[in-house]
Write a protein that binds this ligand. Structure first.
Ligand code: UD1
Ligand code: UDP
Length: 359
C-alpha cells in the first residue's frame, strides 16, 4: 500500500501527526505532499520540527490568495504530483481548502480517498469549511468519523455504512503524545510573564468572525469585558489573518495580551493551565474539552456538538454581553466531563483499517 498524505495548514499538521508517526513506526511506503497553504515559520515548519515529522517530499508553495486562486493552484499542483506518485490512497484531514483540493484531485484520478475527521457539520454554509467538509466526505472512500454522532450524520446523508469507520479524533492522540513532553520541555508561563494561576486564553481567526468588522469588534469588546470583570490576564496568540484584520478595522484590544502564534508544546501548556478558553477554533474547542478546561465558543454554532453535550463548552456568538455571561457560566463549571473524542489510538486505527483494505 502506498499512501500520499496531503496537508497544508497548522491544524492539519498537528492532527495528521499521529497518522504520520504510525506510518513511520510501521515503515510504510508513504510521503507527504504539503500545499504550502500555511508557510510562515510559526504556522508551519515549527510543527514539523517539534512533532519530529519528516520533511514533506513535495511543497507546492501555493501560499495565500482568494479561495478560487488558492484552491485552483492546489488542484493543478496536486494533480501533477499524484500522477507521478501513483499512490493507492490519499489521506486528508479536516476541512480546509487543502483538504478539498486533495480529495477532488484524487477521486478524479481514480485514487481512493481517506478523510480523517469525517462527518462534522456546523450546518452553516457561510463557512468555507462547511462546504469543504461536505464535498470531501461525499467523494471519500474511507470516512474516519471521530464519534458515533459524526457517523450518524454521514449515514443520514446517504453515505454507505461500509465506508464509515469510527476511530476517535487524532487530536486526542496528539494531546496524549505531546502533553508530557510539553511539561518537560517548555516553560511558557514564565516565558510570557504569567505568574501562574489566573489567566484565560483566547484564539480567534475564523473568516466569518474576523473578516466582518462588526463581528470582530463584538468579540474584541467581549474579550475586554471578560478581562476587566474577572480581573485576570487574557492571552491571545494571534493568527496572522486576525492580526491583519485588527489593523484594517483599527481595533486595539485594550488590556488583552497579544502574542505571536505559539509552537504546539507551548500552546498545549498555556491551554492546559488556563482557567478558561475563549475561541472560534475547531481544534482548540476539542483540546480544551480533552484537557478539562472550560470553553466559551465565539460562534453561533459548532461542528463539535459533543463538547456542548458533555458540558465542556458553550456557544456565545459575538455579542459582548453574551460573551461575558458565558464566561461566568463556564467558570462555575465542575470539569468532570468525559472526553468524547476517543482513546488516543485513532492514528493507529486509521492505518490498521487501510492495511486491512490494501495489504
Ligand atoms: C485556514 C482554513 C481554516 C483553518 C485555518 C487554520 C480554509 C478555507 N481555511 O484559514 O479552516 O481554521 O486555516 O489556522 O482553508 N497567513 C500568513 N501566514 C501563513 C498563512 C496565512 O501570514 O502561514 C495570512 C495571510 O495574510 C492569509 C491569511 O493569513 O491571507 C489567511 O490564510 P488562509 O490560509 O487563506 O486562511 P486561514 O485563515 O489561515
Ligand atoms: N495552536 C498552536 N499555537 C497557537 C494556536 C493554536 O499550536 O498559537 C494549535 C492548537 O493547539 C490546535 C490547532 O492549533 O491544535 C488549532 O488550529 P487552528 O485554530 O489554527 O485551526 P482550526 O482547528 O480552527 O481549524
Amino acid at each position: 500500500m502506498k499512501i500520499s498524505v496531503v496537508l497544508g495548514t497548522r491544524p492539519e499538521i498537528i492532527k495528521m501527526s499521529p497518522v504520520i508517526r504510525e506510518c513511520e513506526r510501521l515503515g510504510l511506503d508513504y510521503s507527504i505532499l504539503h500545499t504550502g497553504q500555511h508557510y510562515s515559520y510559526n504556522m508551519d515548519k515549527v510543527f514539523f520540527e517539534q512533532l519530529e515529522l519528516p520533511e514533506a517530499k513535495y511543497n507546492l508553495e501555493v501560499g495565500s490568495g482568494s479561495h478560487a486562486e488558492q484552491t485552483g493552484k492546489m488542484l493543478i499542483g496536486i494533480e501533477k504530483v499524484l500522477v507521478k506518485e501513483k499512490p493507492d490512497v490519499v489521506l486528508v484531514e479536516g476541512d480546509t481548502n487543502t483538504v478539498l483540493a486533495g480529495a477532488l484531485v484524487a477521486v478524479k484520478l481514480g485514487i481512493k480517498v481517506g478523510h480523517v475527521e469525517a462527518g462534522l457539520r456546523s450546518y452553516d454554509r457561510r463557512m468555507p469549511e462547511e462546504i469543504n467538509r461536505i464535498l470531501t466526505d461525499h467523494c471519500s472512500d474511507f470516512l474516519f468519523a471521530p464519534t458515533e454522532k459524526s457517523k450518524q450524520i454521514l449515514l443520514n446523508e446517504g453515505i454507505p455504512e461500509d465506508k464509515i469507520f469510527v476511530t476517535g479524533n487524532t487530536i486526542v492522540d496528539a494531546v496524549i503524545q505531546n502533553l508530557e513532553i510539553s511539561k518537560a520541555k517548555r516553560n511558557v508561563l514564565s516565558d510570557i510573564g504569567l505568574n501562574g494561576g489566573e489567566y484565560f486564553v483566547a484564539t480567534v481567526h475564523r473568516q466569518e468572525n474576523v473578516d466582518d468588522g462588526s463581528s470582530f469588534q463584538g468579540i474584541v469588546e467581549g474579550l475586554e469585558r471578560v478581562r476587566r470583570e474577572f480581573d485576570v490576564q487574557l492571552i491571545y496568540p494571534i493568527h496572522p489573518r486576525a492580526r491583519k484584520r485588527l489593523k484594517s478595522f483599527n481595533l486595539e484590544p485594550n488590556g488583552v495580551r497579544l502574542v505571536e502564534p505559539l509552537d504546539y508544546l507551548s500552546f498545549l501548556q498555556l491551554e492546559s493551565n488556563a482557567e478558561l478558553v475563549l475561541t472560534d477554533s475547531g481544534g482548540v474547542q476539542e483540546e480544551a474539552c480533552i484537557l478539562g478546561v472550560p470553553c466559551v465558543t465565539l460562534r453561533d454554532n459548532t461542528e463539535r456538538p459533543e463538547t456542548l453535550e458533555v458540558g465542556a463548552n458553550v456557544l456565545a456568538g459575538t455579542n459582548p454581553d453574551k460573551i461575558a455571561d458565558c464566561a461566568k457560566l463556564m467558570l462555575g463549571k465542575v470539569n468532570s466531563w468525559e472526553n468524547p473524542f476517543g482513546d488516543g489510538k485513532a492514528g493507529e486505527r486509521i492505518i490498521e483499517i487501510l492495511r486491512s483494505k490494501f495489504d
